[in-house]
Design a protein around this ligand. Structure first.
Ligand code: ADP
Ligand code: MG
Length: 330
């Protein structure tokens, strides 16, 4: 392709909300063999909601939510934000929310009246958060976080968790003063276009892969949902595979980049689509890094492409554009 063709393609991309940083990235996209999707915030909307709570110790729901929300107040994670909304609703209206309410303005003001003082806050990527409340350690996050701290997960809690996960929900565990005090089930719906985009990539001869820090049961349930649309019955009947079959779960942030590098070993061109801070090493390692426009600044910086519309269809737009610009058969 001539420099002019590259310039034109860059402009066409920009008009569609596909920003590409340079001709090299534009050229590499034509040969993409694998597209690695981050789960939370990329395939899913990144707008989680709490669907259930279960409390094991003597505390009541209000006390429980106060503890959890206080611990999560400084986290940027989508799960943390959803927990804050849930707790806010409970304390403001005296009942659990029945739907999403938009009361952002008064939120901070009211929160400050009842949130507990937190010391030594730390966000632990891929795991959760930890801090001190009343001099005692509180942990909010996944199994790894809890067991790493030497805290036992009772049988009853484990079976509740498994049940959530089989239903594509993320289980968030809460430990206070070295004891598991409760669990929350959370759901984050798929982006509407996820199904079509995954199918579209397969038709282009590209392998979709899902990578996530979330646990494998939830990840597999979500990957199956990606194949869930009106044709699913017919496709299963004629023996076609639907959804994302290649799922890599319970991957720590550094592990996402390792997965990219292992796929690149045989010379395959690998694209990564992500939104979070923990996706940035993988976005940088990929031949074609694509950041979701609504993602964190660090992810956007590490990527070659920015998909400003936050629409996964633009993954296909970007690859198409490269194929059309650099196609040898013209
Ligand atoms: P993904 O790779 O799907 O974007 P992350 O790596 O951000 O997921 O997180 C992995 C897991 O760590 C989450 O599914 C959740 O169980 C736990 N986690 C991370 N941050 C938090 C938080 N602030 N509160 C609760 N759980 C968290
Ligand atoms: Mg993410």
């Amino acid at each position: 392709a001539t420099p002019t063709a590259v310039m034109v393609a860059t402009g066409v991309g920009a008009n569609h909300g596909v920003l590409v940083k340079g001709g090299d990235a534009l050229e590499r996209a034509q040969n993409v063999k694998y597209v690695i999707f981050d789960k939370t915030g990329t395939l899913t909307q990144g707008k989680a909601t709490v669907t259930s709570t279960k409390i094991f110790s003597g505390i009541d729901l209000g006390e429980f939510l106060t503890l959890v929300a206080s611990a999560e107040a400084s986290s940027e994670h989508p799960l943390a934000k959803a927990i804050m909304d849930y707790a806010f609703h409970f304390h403001f209206f005296g009942k659990l929310p029945s739907s999403k309410d938009d009361i952002k303005k008064r939120k901070q003001e009211i929160f400050s009246q009842w949130l507990l003082e937190v010391a030594d806050f730390a966000a632990l990527p891929g795991k959760g958060v930890q801090c001190l409340i009343n001099g005692k350690k509180i942990l909010v996050g996944n199994r790894t976080l809890i067991t790493e701290n030497g805290i036992n997960i009772p049988e009853e809690a484990e079976s509740f968790l498994v049940d959530l996960e089989l239903n594509a929900k993320t289980g968030v565990l809460v430990a206070y003063d070295s004891e598991l005090i409760g669990l929350m089930g959370m759901t984050d719906p798929l982006k509407r276009e996820a199904v079509v985009v995954v199918e579209g990539l397969k038709k282009m001869g590209i392998y979709p892969v899902m990578v996530t820090g979330d646990n494998w049961r939830t990840a597999h349930a979500v990957a199956k949902e990606v194949g869930w649309h009106s044709h699913v019955v017919v496709l299963v009947y004629i023996g076609m595979q639907v959804g994302i079959e290649d799922v890599r779960a319970e991957v720590m942030p550094a592990g996402k980049a390792d997965i990219i590098r292992s796929l690149q070993k045989d010379g395959s061109v690998v694209a990564m689509v992500g939104d979070g801070i923990n996706d940035s090493p993988a976005l940088a390692a990929a031949d074609v890094g694509m950041a979701i426009g609504a993602g964190t600044d660090i992810a956007i910086e590490a990527a070659d492409y920015v998909l400003v519309r936050n629409n996964l269809e633009d993954v296909i737009t970007a690859i198409d554009l490269s194929r059309k610009t650099f196609s040898r058969i013209r």
